[in-house]
Design a protein around this ligand. Structure first.
Ligand code: GLA
Length: 370
């Protein structure tokens, strides 16, 4: 059943609008967004579709094709659990401008892969509401509102990267975003012309403590910036001098954030120069920094990266928040099978659950379907 058919069956009329917003992978620039730094994600082919008609009685009716059963009925500010929180949060952020809605959701973001299905859900619903209420919000404003829903309503202190990639992504391009100025540029990412692909290696593992560790890293970065007397780690210009003033974990986190921002800029330089194959070394350096300085990798992610490189990848790194989820590998097309075999064999040997492989194709950001 399509999302429109499900909407009609549940609510007895066609939806007024249907929007689709994608998930994302991050090419480079990890844990830099909440440090006012640089990121370079791109939208993936999988996403969330939201069919929606406004209501004016302070209620939300909500159904998902992935959660069979009757629609859930909620008051517009009501606390809820699970996936519905992301939707209620977005409506709450729009305040008095939105008095309720009938919504049907359909999603195909591989679950648990760390590809930001929650951002896709928020941005799809925010875009649909923006459209039917003619609110005139820009894609970046929709991304910010979605991020705020996740920060304030869901309680996840995420940065802006995932929602921005979902709202502003463009087919065949990565999105360069300065997370302080919110200036962005779509950067052409023509891998096929160079005989390359980006392979997503989904470890199928998600560690429970990820949320707590994320908040902890964020707090460590903020504390380090305070000690250094700068608004954010983005502002560190003399890395050696900064490291002299810090100790322990804060020193390591600072080392990662500052060097990761440099890697984003370097990678964009290589893309501009058409030296796409050369970006592999930066991906590898990013992974090592996330593993050793930021300490957000996992044995499964490390093994995926090592085995992918052994199998012929030009470079590989964990992507997203870490502690499970996915890695990405830059692979010459003729080595794709080899890389997958190398990772699968390495996982089997270590007794890890079999990984899943997905092709990462830079895809369109949020758009109206009907
Ligand atoms: C998660 C967050 C993002 C970003 C990444 C790490 O995906 O939602 O805002 O901080 O982790 O780069």
């Amino acid at each position: 059943m399509s999302v429109v058919e499900a909407f009609r069956a549940a609510y007895g009329a066609s939806p007024q609008t249907v929007w689709r917003a994608p998930g994302r992978v991050n090419l480079i620039g990890e844990h830099t967004d909440y440090n006012d730094g640089f990121v370079l994600p791109f939208a993936v082919p999988w996403g969330v579709t939201a069919a929606l008609t406004p209501r004016t009685d302070g209620t939300i009716r909500l159904l998902s094709l992935q959660a069979p059963g009757e629609p859930v009925t909620l008051a517009t500010r009501e606390e809820s659990k699970g996936w519905t929180r992301y939707v209620v949060g977005v409506l709450a952020m729009l305040g008095d401008r939105v008095e309720g809605a009938d919504i049907a959701i359909d999603g195909d973001v591989p679950s648990g892969a760390g590809l930001s299905s929650s951002a896709a859900l928020e941005v799809a619903v925010a875009s649909a509401l923006n459209d039917v209420h003619e609110l005139g919000l820009t894609p970046m404003e929709l991304a910010l509102l979605s991020q705020k829903a996740e920060n304030d309503f869901v309680g996840m202190p995420c940065g802006i990267m995932d929602q921005a990639a979902s709202a502003l992504g463009k087919e065949g391009h990565a999105l360069f975003l300065d997370c302080r100025s919110l200036g962005s540029r779509n950067i052409p990412l023509d891998l096929a012309a160079h005989g390359l692909s980006i392979l997503i290696i989904d470890t199928q593992v998600h560690h429970e403590h990820a949320g707590g560790e994320y908040a902890k890293r964020r707090a460590e970065c903020e504390s380090a910036a305070r000690k250094l007397g700068v608004p954010a780690l983005r502002d560190v210009t003399d890395l050696a001098g900064a490291l002299d003033q810090l100790k322990g974990d804060e020193r390591k986190r600072t080392m990662h954030v500052v060097t990761e921002n440099h890697r984003v800029e370097a990678l964009i330089g290589l893309l501009r120069a058409g030296q796409v194959t050369e970006i592999g070394a930066l991906l590898n350096a990013s992974h090592l920094s996330l593993r050793d300085q930021y300490e957000v990798s996992s044995p499964e992610l490390d093994l995926a990266v090592e085995a992918a490189i052994r199998g012929g990848a030009r470079g590989a790194r964990m992507t997203g928040g870490g502690f499970g989820g996915s890695a990405i590998a830059l692979v010459p097309d003729e080595r794709l099978e080899n890389v997958q075999r190398s990772v699968s064999d390495a996982y089997a040997e270590r007794g890890f659950q079999a990984p899943r492989f997905l092709p990462a194709i830079p895809s369109a950001g949020a758009h109206r379907l009907s």
